[in-house]
Design a protein around this ligand. Structure first.
Ligand SMILES: Cc1cc2nc3c(=O)[nH]c(=O)nc-3n(C[C@H](O)[C@H](O)[C@H](O)COP(=O)(O)O)c2cc1C
Length: 325
């Protein structure tokens, strides 16, 4: 399971940093991979409001860290935790720039009608704190988080918010903080712990294993944790594969290829499904290996890519039925 934390305060050793670190430390006690985005250390160009993403499905700005890594991390995450101090009743401008740029994901969802396969199970969580104690202190940030999580395809799971936190060190002194975090992390992550784990493998990790992983996530990502990888991954996923999955309404944008050995050590799968190259897959004690013996559609016609896609979809349905009923 992959948990992404997004830290929005410019204050290096401030309260938000403490709050998010404590949350991520608790998350690490579960079976997780984690990553932290310090937004103030990233180059995030604010949204230009140009409407390009609504026409093309991706942002016109391509030379910053949103395009370089953050969209892909948002798409990879099972859980996204945003953390911010209250600045004028909302998040900081640095984190707001990231949020506004999620308009590109909003456009893929609402203008293009595409489904991010993880949308059915991804969770979002908000951490916020501010100096004052008015009853409306978190109204703005709560609404912003609600629509951000909707845009990135996450369910707003919950929030921890703290009033009267002002100077560095205040958050650390809060009497219920660690108990609150323990409970919140448990609620957020324990449903993921029950998932069985499947790794789809092929040589390049650009077509077949990507399609199989996406269909499995789409159909049963809440019950099955999925990864895909290749014995010799190539740089980018196959554009014809992206197109034929889009015909099915499935959004493959921002997916990356990865090495088989790394995926095996991170996921520790119960089952490895090879697409037709089982001889390249290492034999691992107690891990079941299935081979689907599918022809490689790379370099062939788009019609053939469609045939392989449909075959994979049917096989995934059978696999899901056999694993989770
Ligand atoms: C520009 C700015 C705006 C702020 N606006 C608010 C506010 O509207 N309401 C509030 O309660 N605190 C406000 N604060 C106080 C911070 O939310 C508070 O000090 C917080 O603990 C800072 O978190 P940090 O240490 O993670 O940066 C503001 C602080 C700054 C610097």
């Amino acid at each position: 399971m992959f948990v992404l934390g997004i830290q929005g305060s410019p204050r290096k050793k401030g309260n938000t940093n403490y709050l998010l670190q404590a949350f991520m430390d608790e998350a690490k006690k579960y079976d997780t991979q984690t990553a932290l985005i310090e937004v103030t250390k990233k180059k995030i160009v604010p949204c230009l409001g140009c409407g390009y993403c609504e026409k093309k499905g991706h942002c016109i700005t391509q030379d910053d860290d949103m395009a370089g890594e953050i969209y892909a991390l948002l798409r990879k995450a099972d859980a996204v935790v945003i953390a911010s101090p209250i600045y004028f009743y909302n998040v900081t401008s640095q984190i707001k720039a990231l949020i506004d740029r999620s308009q590109a994901l909003w456009a893929r969802k609402y203008k293009f009608g595409l489904t991010d396969p993880a949308r059915n199970y991804r969770q979002g969580f908000l951490l916020a704190q501010g100096a004052t104690r008015g009853k409306n202190l978190f109204v703005g940030v709560d609404l912003t988080a609600k629509y951000f999580f909707d845009a990135i395809g996450a369910r707003f799971n919950g929030s921890l918010t703290y009033r009267r936190i002002e100077n560095p060190g205040d958050m650390a002194k809060h009497p219920t903080l660690h108990k609150d975090i323990k409970e919140a992390v448990k609620g957020l992550l324990s449903p993921f712990m029950k998932r069985k784990k499947v790794l789809f493998a092929c040589r390049e990790n650009a077509c077949r294993s990507q399609m199989a992983a996406a269909f499995t996530q789409y159909l049963a990502g809440d019950k099955i944790e999925v990864a895909s990888a290749g014995s010799e991954p190539i740089e980018k996923i196959n554009p014809d594969m992206v197109e034929v999955m889009q015909e099915k309404g499935i959004d493959m944008a921002f997916r990356k290829t990865r090495f088989l050995n790394q995926a095996i050590s991170e996921l520790q799968p119960d089952i490895i499904v090879t697409m037709g190259c089982s001889e390249e897959c290492p034999v691992i004690p107690d891990v079941q290996i299935q081979d689907w013996d599918l022809s490689d559609p790379a370099g062939k016609s788009i019609e053939f890519m469609r045939t392989v896609r449909d075959e994979i979809e049917n096989r995934v349905k059978d696999l899901v039925k056999s694993m989770v009923g």
